[in-house]
Design a protein around this ligand. Sequence first.
Ligand SMILES: NC(=O)c1ccc[n+]([C@@H]2O[C@H](COP(=O)([O-])OP(=O)(O)OC[C@H]3O[C@@H](n4cnc5c(N)ncnc54)[C@H](O)[C@@H]3O)[C@@H](O)[C@H]2O)c1
Length: 327
Amino acid sequence: MDAPPLLTRAVDTAMDRSVVLGYTSIGSGVRRRFWPADPEPGSLAGKRVLVTGATSGIGEAMARSFLDLGATVHLLGRNPDKVSDYARELRLEVPNADIVEEVCDISDLDAVRDFATDLAGRVEALHGLVHNAGLMPPERTESAQGHEMSLAAHVLGPHLMTHLLRERLVAGPGSVVWMSSGGMYGSGLATRDDDEIEYRRGEYKGVQAYARTKRMQVVLADAWATELAGTGVLVESMHPGWVRTPGVSESLPTFDKVVSRLLREPEDGADTAVWLVATRPASGGEHFWHDRAQRPTTFGWQREQDPDLRARLLEYVATVTATPRLG
Ligand SMILES: NC(=O)c1ccc[n+]([C@@H]2O[C@H](COP(=O)([O-])OP(=O)(O)OC[C@H]3O[C@@H](n4cnc5c(N)ncnc54)[C@H](O)[C@@H]3O)[C@@H](O)[C@H]2O)c1
């Protein structure tokens, strides 16, 4: 039976105020008693979904959930062996699994251009695109085009891919989900200075670069939602919670140990993305989701996003990816 809305709201607010409760398995465990219904079985039959970073952690679980709902899943990873190993495993586990193996380094703009152009020639419509691939480099490294790696993999590559697959998404119409992070709450955007956006000066801190590019993803999702308004394409960003994945154990080993028993399982981390693509909920206002509900993009004590910095980011992204500037 549905809980009374007042109680639901009270529990949800308490979870939001306590990060430890809300982001852990306790949060998803409690909220799932009240959250909106699961997608109908077979709801993605005949639909086509592309998942980046699909051979590990949250992406791996997400690919499986999309297949279980009947979708054709394009499994995208950087390493062809890992992609084909996971595809083979899924074909054994999921009867009639329709999987397309895709290889692309999302941080490499030339590779993204080649991949997306090729995919657009192979498919008529795309119903889901989840920008899930992510990383937290401990030191400043650069992509093939010389961009700071977390900026390239979280922001520039996914933006270019969205641009190049735009017509296929409109034909769906599809849903685009940016897998951001609650870590973005701890960061604003960069200043107007290109060297700062690219972390070319000062001490590089991987956690900071990660959080800032996750904040940028939220801004990009919002800008794309505006750009595609009226086309039927949904664009959202989300936080998966704190999830037990190879990414977390490699990049944040201490955090992984301390909260180990409270981490969510990868299926829980993938849940909101799968639910968004499969149910296409009506969405207005802020396009940031966690546990099947829209959440604010700033807490009360934070300043609203500076519109000048937002504009500067969108201009920078457009310039380096050679795409039209989003509004
Ligand atoms: N696990 C968590 O607690 C958590 C919390 C918040 C946000 N996230 C986000 O969820 C997403 C998935 O994270 P995860 O924890 O499953 O990590 P993971 O490291 O287990 O998986 C990430 C995948 O992305 C791939 N990837 C990285 N760079 C790539 C590139 N340039 N091109 C193609 N693929 C690339 C990796 O190879 C890997 O397969 C990330 O975007 C991460 O920022 C995770």
